[in-house]
Design a protein around this ligand. Structure first.
Ligand SMILES: C[S@@+](CC[C@H](N)C(=O)[O-])C[C@H]1O[C@@H](n2cnc3c(N)ncnc32)[C@H](O)[C@@H]1O
Length: 214
């Protein structure tokens, strides 16, 4: 498909699904003006998908690894039930003010627990069995995150991993210095052989893998 047609299809999709809402639009604009790498945030289509997954599986305990702006956090919170608890982890403390500014604009904040620090240190301290985990932090460490959370996901729980097609780089032979591509490739290869789970890769945006724990 040509780039123009890809863009046209994306615009068509966005004009035929639910709106992202004024707060998320404002957050998105703010991120594009004031933050580095604003493309990291989930965005309209993926955000609506995350909300829909929450509507469908009604998770009580949710873990997000990699908050960035809290765009996806707010989408998960929108779809989750009122008694849900969302733990979101962000290592970059310079993002804290931005995140808190947006959490405080909505009552959804009541469901959200923000942890600033390294996921590898924080996860073992959260005493919860998760129904839904969204892995979206450092691409070099997806296998470590997965191994760390696996026993704390309930059977029948869902793990979602973002960026698993990595802009198509998964098809290439990466330079040894390209640790992000290598990390994603190793994660995908490991997962393909993991028979404790069922998995499917959705070619949405940068690739979204859905992993269902047996
Ligand atoms: C792709 S962004 C997250 C986007 C967000 N989940 C969304 O969909 O809108 C990745 C974030 O993970 C954070 N991160 C990277 N390594 C981390 C770690 N070890 N622990 C916690 N956060 C980490 C980065 O600082 C960055 O803000």
């Amino acid at each position: 498909m040509s780039l123009d047609k890809d863009e046209a299809i994306e615009n068509y999709i966005l004009s035929h699904i639910d709106e992202e809402g004024e707060l998320l639009k404002q957050l998105n604009r703010d991120a594009h003006v004031n933050l580095l790498k604003p493309r990291m945030l989930s965005g309209h289509l993926q955000g609506r998908m995350l909300k829909m997954f929450c509507r469908m599986i009604q998770p009580k305990y949710i873990l997000e690894i990699g908050t960035y702006t809290a765009y996806a956090t707010l989408c998960l919170a929108e779809g989750a039930t009122d008694d849900a608890e969302i733990h979101t982890l962000e290592v970059n403390d310079e993002l804290e003010d931005f995140i808190i500014k947006y959490l405080h604009k909505t009552k959804l904040k009541d469901k959200i627990h923000l942890h600033i620090g390294d996921a590898m240190e924080i996860i073992p301290k959260i005493d919860r069995t998760f129904d839904l985990v969204f892995i979206d932090a450092n691409k070099r460490h997806y296998i470590e995150y997965y191994n760390l959370i696996f026993d704390n996901v309930r059977p029948g729980g869902l793990i979602i991993a973002d960026n698993t097609l990595w802009d198509g780089h998964v098809l290439e032979t990466p330079k040894p210095s390209d640790k992000q591509t290598i990390g994603i490739q190793q994660f995908n290869d490991m997962l393909a052989k993991d028979d404790r789970v069922e998995k499917v890769i959705l070619p949405v945006r940068d690739g979204l893998t859905l992993i269902w724990k047996k």
